[in-house]
Design a protein around this ligand. Structure first.
Ligand code: F6P
Length: 521
C-alpha cells in the first residue's frame, strides 16, 4: 500500500478552499436549488437505499473527495486488502475477514497456502456441530440435551457475536444464548445462577487464549462445573475457538472440540469465523451462512463498483470531509429497530480500535484528525434521551439513520409511527425551524405576550447532516451486508488517513499495568 500524507495531496488543498466556499450553505438551500437532489445522492444496492442527500456536500465536494481517493491510490489498496497482502504490517499479517464469506471459487493464498480449504473445513465443522446441538443429538454428561450456551470472550470475541445474536433474535431457536465477558465476577455469577451444568455448553472464544478476562471467567466456570460433574465430562460441555492450540490443550479442551481461528482475522472482524459459533447455534447454520452471503454481496459491491456509486467509499469520504474539514469529532449511529440495540457498541470497537491512531504508516506523528468517536442508540428511544443535543446543541454530529421498510412481526400501525419518526428526525435536523416559522406557530397558539421571550429557544438552526440507510427488512443477509458496509468504511478511512487500521497496540499498556498492580496487591 502506498504511503501518502493525505494533507499533501492536491485534492486536500482543493477541499480546503472548497470548504471555505460552501461551509455556510444551508442544506435547505441545496434542496431548494436542486429538486432532484435526493435522487442524485441516493444509491440503491440490493435491498438497501443509501440516501446521502442530507449531507453537507455538493457535486464538487464529491468530485474532490473522489480525487482524494484516487490520489491515495485507494484502488490498489482495495486489491491488496482482498488478495491477502500483509497490509497489517505492524503485525505482519494479512487482513482477510472477507475470505471467510467468500462465495467465489477462487483460491486465496496466505504464506503459500490456499486458505479457502481451511475455511470450508471450519464451516463444515461448525455446521455439523450446530445441527447436532440444536437437534438434541449432542448430549450433556447426564444424557440430557443442551438448552443453554455460554459464550466466554471479550472484545471481538464477544461484541460481534453478542450483537448479531441480539439483532437476529426474531430468527432464534429454542437455545438460550448467554455472554460472559467482564472480569467483574458479578457478571459471571449472574449468568451462572440460572444455569444447569447438565444442559449447558460453554464456548471459550479467544483468538490468543491469553486474555485475562476470558481465562479468568473460563477458569471460574470450569470450577463451578466440576462441583457437579467430573473431569471426563468436560468434553461434553466445553469447546473453544482459538488460534492457540497449546493453551487450549493446557486448559483441558479436547482436540476435537477446538474450532480453528487464524491470525489473518482481526478479533473485531471475526464474527464471520468460528468466533460466530454462538450465532450459528442461536439461529441455525443456514441463517449464519445467509449472514456470510450478505457480507459477501457488500464485498462485491465494494470491490467492483465505480467509486462514485460505491456506498462504503462515499460514506468514508463524507466522514473524512466532516472530520478533517468541519472538525466533527463524533458520529452517531441511530438504528430504528429495537433489534439493533447492540449495534453502536459493536461499531465502537470495530471503528475506534481500528482508526484511533496518531502515527502514520511511516511511523511519524500525524498532524490531522483520525478515528471518530462512535456512539448511538436505537430510535425512537434516542429521541427522548440525547437528540436534543443534536438538534439544538453546539456540536456538529453527523448521524447515520438505519431503518427498515418492513417490521418483522408486521404490526403496520407501530411501524408507520416508527418510520414517521425516522423521516421526521432527518428532516428536522436538515431543515430546522426558522424564527419566522416559530413566530407564526406561537401566534397561532395565542402566546402573543411571550413570543419575544420564547422565540430564540424554539428556533432550530437545521443544517445538521445525516445519511439514511433504508433497508427492506432485517434478515441475516441484510444484516451481513450492513456490517460489511461499516467494515469497508473503516478500511477506506484508514487508507486515506495513512494509518494502520488492523493493529491495536493502544490496548496493551493498560493490560500490562493491571498485571503489575494485581501482583503487588
Ligand atoms: O484488548 C483488545 C483485544 O485484543 C481485541 O482486539 C480483541 O478483540 C480482544 O482483546 C479479545 O482478544 P482474544 O480473542 O485474543 O481473547
Amino acid at each position: 500500500m502506498k504511503n501518502i500524507n493525505p494533507t499533501k495531496t492536491d485534492a486536500w488543498k482543493q477541499l480546503s478552499t472548497h470548504y471555505e466556499e460552501v461551509k455556510n450553505i444551508h442544506l435547505k438551500s441545496l434542496f431548494k436549488n436542486d429538486i432532484d437532489r435526493k435522487n442524485k445522492f441516493t444509491i440503491n444496492f440490493n435491498q438497501f437505499e443509501f440516501d446521502f442527500s442530507k449531507n453537507l456536500i455538493t457535486k464538487e465536494t464529491v468530485t474532490y473527495l473522489l480525487k482524494l481517493a484516487d490520489e491515495v491510490d485507494l484502488k490498489s489498496a482495495i486489491n491488496a486488502y482482498f488478495s491477502g497482502e500483509k497490509i497489517n504490517k505492524t503485525e505482519n499479517r494479512a487482513v482477510l475477514h472477507t475470505a471467510l464469506r467468500n462465495q467465489l471459487d477462487n483460491e486465496i493464498i496466505v504464506d503459500g497456502k490456499n486458505i479457502m480449504t481451511e475455511i470450508k473445513e471450519a464451516l463444515n465443522k461448525m455446521s455439523s456441530f450446530t445441527d447436532s446441538v440444536i437437534s438434541g443429538k449432542w448430549k450433556g454428561y447426564s444424557g440430557r440435551a443442551i438448552t443453554d450456551i455460554v459464550n466466554i470472550g471479550i472484545g471481538g470475541s464477544d461484541l460481534g457475536p453478542d450483537m448479531v445474536v441480539a439483532s437476529l433474535k426474531y430468527y432464534k431457536n429454542h437455545l438460550n444464548i448467554h455472554f460472559v465477558s467482564n472480569i467483574d465476577g458479578d457478571h459471571v455469577q449472574e449468568v451462572l445462577k440460572n444455569l444447569n451444568p447438565e444442559t449447558t455448553l460453554f464456548i471459550i472464544v479467544s483468538k490468543t487464549f491469553t486474555t485475562q478476562e476470558t481465562l479468568t471467567n473460563a477458569t471460574t466456570i470450569k470450577k463451578w462445573f466440576l462441583q457437579s460433574a467430573s473431569e471426563n465430562d468436560i468434553v461434553k460441555h466445553f469447546v473453544a475457538v482459538s488460534t492457540n492450540l497449546t493453551m487450549t490443550n493446557e486448559f483441558g479442551i479436547a482436540a476435537e472440540n477446538i474450532f480453528p481461528m487464524w491470525d489473518w482475522v482481526g478479533g473485531r472482524f471475526s464474527l464471520w469465523s468460528t468466533v460466530g459459533l454462538s450465532i450459528s447455534l442461536a439461529v441455525g447454520f443456514k441463517n449464519f451462512n445467509d449472514l456470510l452471503i450478505g457480507a459477501f454481496e457488500m464485498d462485491e459491491h465494494f470491490k467492483n463498483t465505480p467509486f462514485d456509486k460505491n456506498t462504503p467509499i462515499l460514506a468514508s469520504l463524507i466522514g473524512v470531509w466532516y472530520t478533517n474539514f468541519f472538525n466533527a469529532e463524533t458520529e452517531v449511529i441511530l438504528p430504528y429497530t429495537q433489534y439493533l440495540t447492540k449495534f453502536a457498541p459493536y461499531l465502537q470497537q470495530a471503528i475506534m480500535e481500528s482508526n484511533g491512531k496518531s502515527v502514520d504508516r511511516n511511523g511519524n506523528n500525524i498532524n490531522y484528525q483520525t478515528g471518530n468517536i462512535i456512539w448511538g442508540s436505537t430510535g425512537t428511544n434516542a429521541q427522548h434521551a440525547f437528540m436534543q443535543l443534536l438538534h439544538q446543541g453546539t456540536k456538529l454530529i453527523p448521524a447515520d439513520f438505519i431503518g427498515f421498510k418492513q417490521s418483522l412481526y408486521g404490526n403496520k400501525e407501530h411501524h408507520k409511527k416508527l418510520m414517521a419518526n425516522f423521516f421526521a428526525q432527518t428532516q428536522a435536523l436538515a431543515e430546522g425551524k426558522t424564527k419566522q416559522e416559530v413566530h407564526l406557530d406561537l401566534k397561532i397558539q395565542g402566546n402573543i405576550d411571550d413570543i419575544n421571550q420564547l422565540l430564540p429557544f424554539k428556533v432550530f438552526s437545521g443544517n445538521k447532516p445525516s445519511t439514511s440507510i433504508l433497508i427492506e427488512k432485517l434478515t441475516p443477509q441484510t444484516l451481513g451486508s450492513l456490517i460489511a458496509f461499516y467494515e469497508h468504511k473503516i478500511f477506506v478511512q484508514g487508507v486515506i488517513w495513512n494509518i494502520f487500521s488492523y493493529d491495536q497496540f493502544g490496548v496493551e499498556l493498560g493490560k500490562e499495568l493491571a498485571k503489575k498492580i494485581y501482583k503487588k496487591n
